[in-house]
Design a protein around this ligand. Structure first.
Ligand code: HEM
Length: 495
């Protein structure tokens, strides 16, 4: 009797799914809305193309582009997402008017519980633009200049104390090492001395608990009581207190500003109306900057190391470049010196081209948006998706795009020189990116604010590694492993 019952239930479920699939297919084949971009064919309603997009977004974009053109809509966990590829798409989405396209409605559900209230996507855009302006002034050349020796020393100390670096040869697992090096160098520079002192104890654990808060499921079901969300919330409060205590200690000791870390910078920042940045906002911005930079930089440095291990001749060239440009390979690195390492900058560029941190940049549509040259209007129920990184993966713009070849940049104009059209969104002039085929740091209003810091950090990490090690791939394969997008979907889509 029991098994019969189970049988009928299962049969009913199968029939229901079959009916849903049939209705979904018939609807797609019979009712095409010619006033909206084509919808990518999918068997399952609600799930739509979620799995195929999540598995390999770039392959998905290119396959859809071949079938439907630059503009198409796909179903992502029940949402209608309209992708607009190419320069026109970047211009349309990244430089869309504030009243038409909105980032915070997409990202805030994920970022606010991690960063905290009243910063970034939890405030009106005008306020966030002021916060970006504070960050920009904190990352001026003078601050970056002071960071270079601190970063170099941190990496040297790390090499000295970690046992797997002992001896003349050995095996290392690059990604976790680069993650640690990124955390130590950021902590010592941007985050400040006190944070670095706490890194070996409380801070690292809090960081990991916060980082676990970036779960794909939180996009759909942010209220779901996952154990890691509870840990995230506890860590968020403790981390806020940790920064607030440091600020209080600096104030009460009457300590004079002795470094150019971001904490001092925020402590001296005031909004346009004269209100000084409150301590909780400072704490939350510090968390935001930590989380925004950590993954992107550690992933980029890991990929660069893995490519260098696969192509040791380029590693040797990078070393020779240091000898040639900086004289002795053992002189301390300087801001000015690092800037002169052209091949090193090409290596960074090439890594960010091939392994962009963010494959999908999303905005919520707020008003019906007509697409020029078509009859299509994108309705406010849709999400817009720009994928500037797709151009970097296309042979059309970068011949033999699958090959990691830093030398290709010799023949390509400096991306900074390509950035002709500029706008001020409230934090200084930034490129609209309208014509560029290379936008690893985005464009427009939401363009990355940590670009200069990231470039210096990457250059220092790579330079130190090149000076001290020769790497080879253990399995001697030329191509490093493929990107596993399923594990980085959310981190990549957010910051
Ligand atoms: C290789 C390293 C990095 C890459 C490739 C990268 C890339 C990007 C991209 C593409 C965006 C635009 C997102 C969008 O339009 O929705 C972005 C935004 C942002 N980045 Fe970065 N980033 C990097 C490092 C950093 C670092 C080190 C920091 C902090 C020090 C940082 C802070 C931010 C912030 C705060 C935003 C949000 C800006 C906004 O929404 O207005 N990033 N990043």
């Amino acid at each position: 009797m029991f098994f019969e019952y189970i049988f009928w239930i299962s049969l009913a479920e199968v029939v229901l799914v079959a009916v849903a699939v049939i209705v979904n297919v018939v609807r797609q084949k019979s009712f095409k809305n010619l006033n909206e971009p084509p919808v990518v064919f999918h068997w399952l309603p609600t799930f739509g193309s979620t799995v195929v997009y999540g598995k390999d977004p770039f392959k998905f974009f290119f396959d859809c582009q071949a079938k439907y053109g630059d503009v198409f809509t796909f179903i992502l966990l029940g949402r209608r997402v309209t992708v607009y590829l190419g320069s026109k798409g970047n211009q349309f989405i990244l430089n869309g008017k504030l009243k038409d396209v909105n980032a915070e409605e997409i990202y805030s559900v994920l970022t606010t519980p991690v960063f905290g209230k009243d910063v970034v996507y939890d405030v009106p855009n005008a306020k966030f633009m002021e916060q970006k302006k504070f960050v920009k002034s904190g990352l001026a050349a003078s601050a970056l200049r002071s960071y270079v020796p601190l970063m170099e020393n941190e990496i040297l100390d790390f090499i000295e104390r970690e046992p797997y670096f002992a001896g003349s040869d050995g095996k290392i697992n690059i990604p976790p090492i680069m993650a640690q090096i990124t955390l130590f160098t950021t902590a010592r520079t941007l985050q400040g001395r006190e944070v670095r002192e706490k890194l070996d104890t409380t801070y690292a654990k809090l960081y990991h608990d916060l980082d676990d808060g970036f779960q794909p499921i939180n996009f759909m079901l942010p209220w779901f009581p996952l154990p890691q969300n509870r840990r995230r919330d506890i860590a968020q409060k403790k981390m806020t207190k940790l920064y607030a205590d440091i600020i209080q200690a600096r104030r009460s000791s009457g300590e004079k500003k002795d470094s150019q870390d971001m904490l001092w910078n925020f402590m001296e920042s005031s909004y346009k109306d004269g209100t000084p940045m409150p301590d909780t906002e400072i704490a939350h911005m510090m968390i935001a900057l930590l989380m925004a930079g950590q993954h992107s930089v550690s992933v980029a440095s890991s990929w660069t190391m893995l490519h260098l291990a696969a192509q040791p001749d380029i590693m040797e060239e990078l070393y020779q470049e240091q000898l040639h440009v900086l004289g002795d390979g053992s002189n301390p690195l300087t801001y000015e010196g690092v800037q002169k390492l052209t091949l090193c900058s090409y290596a960074i560029r090439e890594t960010l081209r091939m392994h962009p941190s963010i494959h999908s940049i999303m905005r919520k549509v707020k008003n019906p948006l007509p697409i020029q040259g078509t009859n299509w209007v994108i309705p406010p129920s849709h999400v817009l998706l720009a994928a500037p990184a797709a151009m970097g993966k296309s042979d059309q713009y970068f011949p033999n795009a699958e090959k990691w070849d830093p030398h290709r940049w010799k023949d390509i104009a400096d991306p900074k020189d390509q950035e002709k059209e500029k706008m001020d969104y409230g934090y200084g002039l930034v490129s609209t990116g309208a014509d560029s085929t290379y936008l690893p740091f985005g464009a427009g209003r939401h363009r990355c604010i940590g670009e200069n810091f990231a470039n210096i950090q990457l250059a220092v990490v790579i330079s130190v590694m090149v000076r001290h090690f020769k790497l080879t791939n253990i399995d001697a394969t030329e191509g490093v492993v493929n990107t596993d997008y399923s594990v980085c979907l959310v981190v990549n889509s957010v910051l």
